[in-house]
Design a protein around this ligand. Sequence first.
Ligand code: C2E
Ligand code: CA
Ligand code: CA
Length: 687
Amino acid sequence: MSTQSPSEGTKPTALGMRQVEGREWWLWGSAVVVTLVLTVGILSLTFPGFHLPTDAAYSLNLKEWVRGLAALVLLFDIYTVYQHWQLQRVRRQLAEREQLFQLITENAADMIAVVDRNGQRLYNSPAYQRILGYSAEELAATSSLDQIHPDDRTRVLQASEKARDTGQGERLEYRIRHKDGSWRFLESTASAIRSAEGKTDGLVIVNRDITQRKRAEEKLAHQSFHDGLTDLPNRALFLDRLQRTVTLSRRHSDLKFAVLFIDIDEFKVFNDSLGHAAGDGLLIQVAQRLTASLRGADTVSRPRLGDNREPLVGESTLARPGGDEFTVLIEELHNPSDAIRVAERIQQTLALPFDLNGQEIVLSVSVGIAFSTNAGAEAQDVLRDAEIAMYRAKSTGKARCEVFDHATHAGAIKRLQLETDLRKALELNQFRVYYQPIVSLGNGQIVGFETLSRWQRPEGLVMPGEFIAVADETGIILPINRQLLYDACRQLRSWQALFPSDPPLTINVNITPKQFAQPELASQIGNTLRETGVDPSWVNLEITETIAMSDAERSAVVLSELKALGVHLDIDDFGTGYSSLSRLQRFPVDTLKIDRAFVSRMDADPETHEIVRIIVMLAHGLRLKVVAEGVETQAQADMLKDIGCELAQGYLYSRPVAAEAIEQLLRDNRAASISSPRAKAATSTSA
Ligand code: C2E
Ligand code: CA
Ligand code: CA
């Protein structure tokens, strides 16, 4: 490739060449002058008429003079030829260097430029055309400064000035415009070309195209601040923007902002049942809808667009801090209610069905809102407040929106403490299994036990109502109940051996929503039964109707899996959910447990009595056995027996008690039922 450079004659070697030429002029000039002067001298001495006649002595002297002068001419000419020869050598060397320079610059991947003292381009290597797209002529016709990014110009000017002064420039990065209009990143170093006097004649600048490296760096930086799935800002970037807003609002007290914390309700259920790829797809669609709905907010925020709607909010930043959570920072808030309106609009937008590979998905989100406060809160604190409000929205029934307040805050702190304590309790083995007998209303015999957790703290016994829900939400319930099932199974074997009966004693174990959502639930239970040698048909798993009905299709699958183990299934707390008996028909359940709320009212309220009677009747129609929960009085027990209810559980028979108390209970019960089949089970120490 041979590109004619803009000014071929002015490369660095050309500067040397100019010096050589100067010296040649001087040499040949002086040679001519000296030769002429000496020749005139010789002539004047040699030819008569040029001088006065002289005597013989003078004539002899004259001959000597002429000879001397002729020798000088000869010497000078030899000197001149020698000098000429020397200059030729220098010229050849320069030509060789010129060639070398050409070879290096023309083939170098880097762009090499030579500029003169005033920054005027003297030479640009062919790499310029390859990298920047300009031809040599185009380069010659433009100023290099014009092509440099306006933001970088001052820096480049300063650097070249420094290079001229010091002779060595620093490494510099700047952007230059490609012919196609795009910006390329260059890394450049300049070195001064010095004259013999040490003055800077110009600069040699070596530019390396680092665009690709820069793009890679930019991409990396982008990745570390954005969520890979949705490309939304991640938690770190969101916090950074939030912190800037927090700092700004501290200086300008009228600057208000809000943070929305959005969490998809039951996302885990979608993820588990549809698979992670589908879950990801859902998150992407949610992100798109959120982005679109927030842009709307931006538009209406600009009254100058001629929009006569009430101005809403300023700039908003949407981020995905992780999982199924999204956060929104609304800046320049005019009124707190605006943030609530944005939250409601988000909820409406997300309530429309999603199409996931042809499958229609309906979801809801819970939103927590935190507003800017004047207190010394930092970005972290505001985000945490919004998150706390979101948890509150979830706990008060999902698909809701809650604003952070300090009562919420106190509650959240307490809850956080509880979570920490629960984790510790697990390590310290503080969970105990209590057993409450289930009694046959027909003969008063204890047929089995419901296992109930207790938390044995040094301060005293904690009831499940205070920790099961939190343990479930945080997942701590999984190890707790795994241990519970194991302990209960071993306990059952020993009681069955001590008190053989036909059918043998059974145990009931409660299943929480978290457990129910676990794909490996059935296999885990199966393993424990095998390990402990318990026949699955002695085990009843209790699932509340709310859990079973929340996703009926999935429940049918999970319940069949459990059923396939050979265990029995009970519907717990029946009557408190929204389900009906006919819908339960779809599930392979064996027993209904009528909730305590009905049983406790049935002796005082005939209507409740009637409801219980119908439930028992319908359950029998579906071939389900019925357990009445919370039986506290003999009157209730008698009524239930009359209605045809088979089994009962309640304080009338025994409170839940520790395993050690059960043996005595069983002994008394067996003795009593031999002497009188109608006798009730012995009451024991309460828990
Ligand atoms: P549940 O499954 O409905 O359990 C029955 C609850 O009613 C127990 O409360 C029991 O003590 C109480 N109870 C029994 N008979 C009577 C009575 O005659 N009168 C009154 N007023 N109450 C009676 P507990 O032990 O406080 O358990 C509360 C709930 O916590 C349970 O309700 C169950 O849903 C859950 N739970 C307890 N332990 C566990 C566990 O280990 N795992 C799981 N998944 N859930 C558990
Ligand atoms: Ca239960
Ligand atoms: Ca129950």
